[in-house]
Every structure is written in C-alpha cells, then in structure tokens.
Design a binder for this molecule. Structure first.
Ligand code: SF4
Ligand code: SF4
Length: 87
C-alpha cells in the first residue's frame, strides 16, 4: 500500500492564498529572479511554503504572499534568486 507521501502531488499543497492570509507584510527581504540564469527547474516553486511562485514563460513571485523566508533562493541550483533588502 502506498504511503501518504507517495500520494501527494508535487508542488505546493495549499492554494494561494494560504488560508486567505496575506503574509507579504512579514517580509524584510524579497526574492528577485534573474531570468538569464533560470533554467525553469521549478525547485523554487516546489519548495516555496506559501505557494506564491507563479509559473509561466517567466517565473513571478506574488509579493502579497511572499514572506521573504529565502527558501527559494537557498534551493535554487543556479543561484538565480537573490534576496534583496526591502527599501
Ligand atoms: S530554482 Fe532557480 S533555476 Fe530553478 S526555476 Fe527557480 S529560479 Fe529557476
Ligand atoms: S522567499 Fe519564501 S515565501 Fe517568498 S517566494 Fe521564496 S520561498 Fe516563497
């Protein structure tokens, strides 16, 4: 019998917005994606706990919900995401 984890789909498990709560105001740093380095592996999308990375021709971060945790930048194998301090 498959375990619970093998039944889970890949990617964020909660729809954005998570529980309807905006978490963007928590942020001190914001992720900025360098499209010239990105190879669309989607690891950032997979690991983002808020599910706020939007897929498309270019990835976009929904800043209403991004809480600036930096997990996406940490997981990016191409170092394509920089966490910049909020102005
Ligand atoms: S993890 Fe990095 S290389 Fe992969 S899709 Fe995200 S930004 Fe692009
Ligand atoms: S900083 Fe955190 S919440 Fe924001 S896009 Fe990256 S992983 Fe998601």
């Amino acid at each position: 019998m498959p375990s619970a984890t093998t039944k889970l789909p890949a990617g964020p498990h909660l729809p954005t917005p998570c529980f309807g709560a905006t978490t963007g105001s928590w942020r001190t740093h914001r992720p900025v994606i360098d499209a010239s380095l990105c190879n669309h592996c989607l690891l950032c999308w997979l690991y983002c706990p808020e599910g706020c990375i939007e897929r498309g021709e270019k990835l976009k971060v929904n800043l209403d919900f991004c809480k600036g945790c930096g997990i996406c930048a940490h997981e990016c194998p191409r170092r394509a995401i920089n966490m910049l301090e909020e102005a």
